[in-house]
Write a protein that binds this ligand. Structure first.
Ligand SMILES: *Cc1c(COP(=O)(O)O)cnc(C)c1O
Length: 241
């Protein structure tokens, strides 16, 4: 079932759209099955669970006597990340998709500089109607990119240089609703922010290429709005326990 769904998605998704398999709440066995079907990028939303899976893979490698087992697997982080959990996540992920506050961004910059790493991030704007959702206002995103591109006007609020962060794009979620018009308008808003970033900060555009929108229920719509990365969980792995 996992294999069939991955094959189907791979044949259906345009070649410009990366499939990210959201494995949260599913056991490592399910990840291995998806890996055998060719899937390489997996996303987790809780630090504890990501770390457990990373450790499980290390165990499997030593049990099997194959240090290279699943060596090309990549982990993305897609959940709300508290600054005190950074150390559990940043060493293991190739992309943090869910950077939703300046406080988190600053903490990532500080960690990355101290550890001589560059961390790939997506910035998460707030567009969905839900009150509880975290995320940046579009203007905050433009200020961050302005600081990162070294164009901060004098006298602006102090910002870090973000020289240990690689800004790769935008991640977003549409409002949780069945109303297609609402989902479309959220995706359009996310797409516009993404386009604005690339237009206003051309020096960052070569890296700033990802628009991560679309989940199991709405990915076909997201693709219409220019998604380059879909994050699909329940469609591949079944409903979460
Ligand atoms: C859980 C989750 C997904 C996957 O959702 P499905 O509906 O299971 O495909 C995608 N993105 C984020 C941020 C998530 O937390």
């Amino acid at each position: 079932m996992i294999k069939e769904t991955i094959n189907k998605l791979n044949s259906e998704l345009p070649s410009t759209v990366e499939l990210v398999a959201v494995s949260k709440f599913h056991p490592f066995d399910a990840i291995e099955e998806a890996y055998r079907a060719g899937q390489r990028i997996f996303a987790e939303s809780r630090p504890q669970e990501l770390l457990a899976k990373v450790k499980r893979l290390e165990e499997l490698r030593s049990e099997r006597g194959e240090p290279e087992y699943m060596a090309d697997v990549q982990w993305h982080f897609i959940g709300h990340l508290q600054t005190n959990k950074l150390k559990m996540v940043l060493p293991y992920v190739s992309l943090v998709q869910s950077v939703d506050s300046l406080r988190l961004l600053d903490a990532i910059q500080t960690w990355a500089a101290a550890n001589e790493r560059v961390v790939n991030v997506l910035l998460e704007p707030h567009v969905a109607a839900e009150q509880t959702k975290q995320g940046f206002m579009p203007e905050e995103i433009y200020s961050i990119l302005e600081a990162a591109s070294g164009r901060s006007p004098e006298g602006s609020a102090e910002m870090l240089p973000y020289d240990s962060i690689c800004f790769r794009g935008i991640m977003g979620m549409a409002t949780f609703t069945d109303e297609e018009a609402v989902i479309r308008s959220d995706f359009l808003a996310l797409r516009s922010i993404f386009d604005q970033c690339r237009i206003r900060f051309p020096s960052m555009a070569p890296d700033f290429t990802e628009l991560s929108i679309g989940m199991s229920d709405d990915y076909p719509l997201a693709i219409e709005y220019g998604s380059t990365m879909v994050r699909i969980g329940s469609m591949i792995f079944g409903s979460r326990i």
